[in-house]
Design a protein. Structure first.
Length: 208
């Protein structure tokens, strides 16, 4: 048997982080070399430890997982990072993969699937479970919201009217209405309430 797979576990919840680390450390061919509680710390720990595989949560303070993945992969193109998150929306999955993740697992899969995924990624494979792949396939080809539309959608979710949205984004009320109409069309929503519901389900918005 060769050297064990060195793993960095990144999650802002100490109990989740400790649990994942303990589970992996029980495997004779895997060793957890470090942990981090937010995206910025993850980048620092990656530079210090150079793990073979990093398990990265997406929702974290200071810098989220998407930002951390992108930063690490930019600096270390060979980094092998798996998003391990509760986010099930196709938008979250797509963003993580575009940022450079080579795998995407849901925390409900924690167990043997995480262990096997860690081994697979260490071998240079990509890990996209069937359920995750199906979420992506549901919205292929992609018609994503623009950055401005994402901003307007967030304001819609807060209950702002067109004139208030226009004031916030520094545009006319007519322009705000055009953005809202485009958002409804892209999401296939009949009204604003349905648009917000769809946006939460797909990952454009996250319920607090």
């Amino acid at each position: 048997m060769g050297d064990p797979v060195r793993v960095l576990v990144v999650d802002d919840h100490p109990l989740m982080r400790t649990g994942i680390a303990a589970m992996l450390d029980r495997e004779p061919d895997i060793t957890v070399v470090g942990e981090a509680g937010n995206g910025r710390e993850a980048i620092e720990r990656y530079r210090e430890l150079r793990p073979a595989v990093t398990l990265m949560d997406l929702r974290m303070p200071e810098l989220d997982g998407i930002g951390a993945i992108a930063a690490i992969v930019t600096e270390f193109p060979d980094a092998r990072i798996v998003a391990l998150t509760t986010y099930e929306g196709d938008v979250d999955i797509h963003r993580a993969l575009v940022a450079g993740a080579c795998g995407y697992l849901l925390k409900g899969m924690v167990g043997t699937e995480v262990v096997s995924a860690t081994r697979a990624v260490a071998r240079g494979e990509r890990v996209i479970p069937t359920a995750v792949a199906q979420r992506l396939a549901e919205h292929t080809p992609r018609v994503d919201l623009t950055e401005r539309e994402q901003t307007v959608l967030t304001l819609v979710a807060k209950g702002l009217r067109d004139k208030d949205i226009a004031r916030v984004i520094g545009r006319t009320e007519h322009t705000a209405k055009i953005h809202v109409k485009s958002i409804l069309a892209k999401l296939g929503a009949a009204d604003r309430t349905e648009a917000v519901s769809i946006a939460i389900a797909r990952g454009y918005l996250h319920a607090e």
